[in-house]
Each structure stands twice: as C-alpha cells, then as structure tokens.
Design a protein around this ligand. Structure first.
Ligand code: EPU
Length: 421
C-alpha cells in the first residue's frame, strides 16, 4: 500500500500540463473493437483505469502497445467476447465493451459491475438500449449475456441522460441495420469525442454534440487515428488546488471551453481566470474565499466529478455554502474525512452545507474513491501541518503523475509505502 504525506500551507505557483482525459480514453479504446485492424490513439493518460481497459481488451484478443501516451490497438485477432468479473470489478467502465462486441460479433458476455464505492450505479439504460436494438439479454452467474444475429436500428429515448449508456448505444448502433435515433443523448465532451472518432472510422452519425443523435448503420468500419481531449476533471482539480492554497498557476490545457462553469464559479469565489489560447491561468484576487453554491448537473453544468474538490475548497470559505449533487445523490464519502481535517460540513440529503472555517488541521484520512481522494489531497495542501492520505490507489486510477505535478507547483507531497490500510 502507498499513502501521501502532505505538508500543507504552501501556495501553488508555476505551470503544468494537463494529461489526456481518462473517461474519453475509456470510451474510444473499446470503440476500436468495431474495426478490424490497427488503430492509434494519442494523448492517453498513463493511469490505472487505462491499464485495466488494456488488460480487458487483451483478454478479448486485442494486440496493444502503450508508449508515451500513444496506444496502438490491433483488433484483427479478437477471439473472446467475454468481459470477466476480475476486470469488471476493478472498473465499471468495462461495460463499454458490451455495445461494440455485440454489434461486431453478435455476442457479448459481460460481468455485471455491481455497486460502486459510494453506492448503487445501475446499468439498466445500457441493457434497455441493447434490447431496443434487438438484442436478446439473459443473466447467468452474475453475467449479462447479449446475443443478436443483427442489430436493427431503432428509437432510444433515455429517461436519464447517461454518458455510458449513450456511448454503448452509439457503439452498437453504428453497425446496426437501418437508422437509430438516440434522444436525450449525453452531450458530455467525452461522448462527442467518441462520436467524432466513430465518424472517422466511417460511421454515419448526425447531431454530434447535441442531445439527439441520428445514426445510419454501416456494414463495417475502418481503423482510425484519434487524438484524445485533455482531462477537464484533472484541469479542474488543479485549478481548485491553486485557489484553495491561494496560489497562482497556469495550465497547459487545450480544452478550456469544457470548463466554463467551473471558471464562473471560481471567479465568483474570488479568483481571476485568464485564458490565452491553450493556457489557463488562475490567481486569487480576493483575500478571502467567498462562499459559492454549486449544484452538479449534466454537461455543460457543474461536473459531479468536481463536487468533492469543490466541497474541500468551500471548507475554507468565508461563510456558508451549499453543494448539491443531482447526478449521484450519495457521492459524499469524502465528507466525514474532510470533517476529520477540521471542516464543518452537514449533509442534508444530497446537499452538503459547508460552514467555512478559518483553517484546517492535519490528520490521517482515507481515500474512498477517485474524486474523494482528490478532495482530501486539496484539503491537505491547504492545511497548516501534516496530512496523510491513505489508500491512494483510488487516486492512481485517474490522475497521471499527480504528486509530480503538484511538486512542480511547489507542493510538499511525498508518496511513501505503508502497512496501513
Ligand atoms: N444511470 C442509470 N442507469 C444507467 C446508467 C446511469 O440510472 O443504466 C444514472 C446514474 O446512476 C447517474 C446518471 O444516470 O445518476 C448518470 O450516470 P452516467 O451513466 O452518465 O455515468 P457513467 O457513464 O457511469 C461517467 C463517468 C463518471 C462520471 C459520470 C457522470 C466514465 C468512465 N465515467 O459515468 O466518472 O461521474 O459519467 O458524469 O466516463 C470519475 O471519473 O470519477 C467518474 C465516476
């Protein structure tokens, strides 16, 4: 096991580069299963979730190299259509292989993901959309078994906008016979990238970037080169790290249009954001952090994946603020840990009422999931004293070289081996 030891209280200064986005990479990797040949994906982060997807696809028969942010994926020798529990239990995004395997091979056996660290995360919308496309679905020994001789275009109207279900439906529909209309499709940038990547493979998709996608199925797709977008959640986490430590940092980040809502909220809280081509800078222009309410929602709303980091930031605000999560009602495992650091937070259903305190104090805290861990690191950076963040394997799922980046910005953060669990 490893933990971080953080000696906080130092403002962050300097410039770092934002890595490629984990969540879009996790969609464009399985999309290559729709092609027979060698695909090249660039700007892919070296984080554990990517290695989990790589292992899963290698199990299917993909031949993959991953070097310096570039993945080459050759799917000409796929010999398995099953995603075993050992992979899926590590990462729910493994469900992304369902659509492409079913579309290309007429069969997929995927372990059911089960709950996640902060509560239930159903997959009913994924399954319903496969059924709508004509697949026969059975459940056996914890596995979903999907079969179809040929998927048939249809109308899929999602009652909830879902990133993953849109991705799966899209990847299945591109090879279906006839036209599929996806209504209330996700317009998250990760799905827009996926759709554009499918387009480059020869798929026929209209309405990309809107919540109605129209897909005209084609017979086959060809391998493609796809450049991944930058990670908006990593960028957001680093900007909040600067704001919470009252620093002044610049990010090399090429997709600043994906974070407009965070920029607005940071400015409301007393920071100035400056965007200059692919550079985003932030500095605090107010002596104190102003309390700012946020409510998470689908894109372009405030991302649920920045909710925990925002609560850490608001813990040090000059007053009371409310942070509501409307995407995941129970994603608040970081709250008791932040309280251990001296934060004053009360949970009222899916809203954290945060009464800002003047300072936090160091303690041992425990990561419970990826973004919760990020919030603890941010709080640690702002704490005068030593904070230890345990179970940082959660953080390693989705942040590339985070301590190197923070160290470059002047933070005192060290990764050490530990027996503690
Ligand atoms: N939902 C259902 N049924 C489904 C699917 C989703 O009810 O079949 C609900 C969920 O419970 C949730 C809402 O729909 O309330 C939206 O969930 P969505 O399907 O959009 O989430 P996801 O695709 O499972 C992705 C990201 C998450 C991120 C969410 C929301 C990936 C690999 N994961 O998950 O990222 O929180 O979208 O933006 O893209 C993270 O990176 O830390 C992370 C958890």
């Amino acid at each position: 096991m490893e933990k971080f030891i953080i000696l906080g209280g130092k403002p962050l200064f300097g410039k770092v580069k934002v890595s490629g986005a984990k969540n879009s990479a996790l969609a464009i990797m399985p999309a290559t299963l729709l092609t027979n040949g060698k695909n090249r994906l660039t700007n892919i982060p070296h984080v554990n979730d990517i290695f989990t997807m790589k292992k899963l696809m290698e199990h299917l028969g993909s031949v993959i190299t991953f070097d310096n942010g570039t993945l080459t994926i050759d799917n000409s020798k796929i010999h398995n259509q099953d995603a075993p529990y050992e992979h899926v239990k590590k990462m729910r995004a493994s469900i992304y292989v369902l659509g492409p395997l079913l579309a290309r091979y007429g069969y997929a056996k995927v372990s059911m993901p089960g709950g996640c660290a902060w509560g239930p995360r159903p997959i009913n919308l994924h399954i319903d959309s496969m059924k709508k496309l004509g697949a026969e679905i059975d459940y056996e020994d914890g596995y979903i078994i999907a079969k179809s001789s040929k998927l048939i275009g249809t109308k899929i109207n999602f009652e909830i906008s879902s990133v993953g279900a849109t991705g799966n439906a899209l990847m299945a529909a591109v090879l279906a016979k006839g036209t599929t209309k996806i209504i209330n499709a996700s317009i998250e940038p990760e799905i827009t990238l996926l759709a554009n990547s499918l387009l480059k493979m020869g798929a026929r998709i209209n309405g990309i970037g809107t919540n109605i996608l129209e897909i005209e199925g084609v017979e086959d797709l060809t391998p493609n080169n796809c450049e991944n977008i930058d990670d908006r959640i990593e960028a957001g986490t680093l900007l909040i790290a600067s704001a919470i430590t009252k620093g002044e940092i610049t990010l090399e980040y090429k997709n600043s249009d994906h974070l407009s809502i965070l920029f607005e909220k940071l400015e409301e809280s007393g920071c100035k954001i400056n965007i200059n081509n692919d550079l985003v800078s932030i500095k605090n222009i107010s002596d104190s952090i102003k309390p700012v309410n946020v409510s998470t929602s689908i894109y372009p709303g405030f991302p649920t994946d920045l909710q925990a980091q925002w609560i850490a930031y608001m813990s040090l605000a000059n007053g009371t603020s409310h942070t509501t999560d409307t995407i995941y009602f129970d994603r608040f495992k970081h709250v008791p840990e932040l309280i251990r650091l001296g934060a004053s937070i009360e949970l009222k259903e899916n809203t954290a009422v945060v009464n800002g305190v003047t300072s936090l104090k160091g303690a041992k805290v425990m990561s419970t999931d990826l973004r919760a861990s990020a919030s603890l690191v941010l709080a640690g950076l702002a704490t005068k004293g030593q904070t230890e963040v345990l179970r940082i394997y959660h953080l390693d799922r989705g942040y590339e070289k985070i301590e190197e980046k923070l160290t470059k910005l002047g933070a005192q953060i060290e990764r050490v081996k530990t027996e503690e669990f």
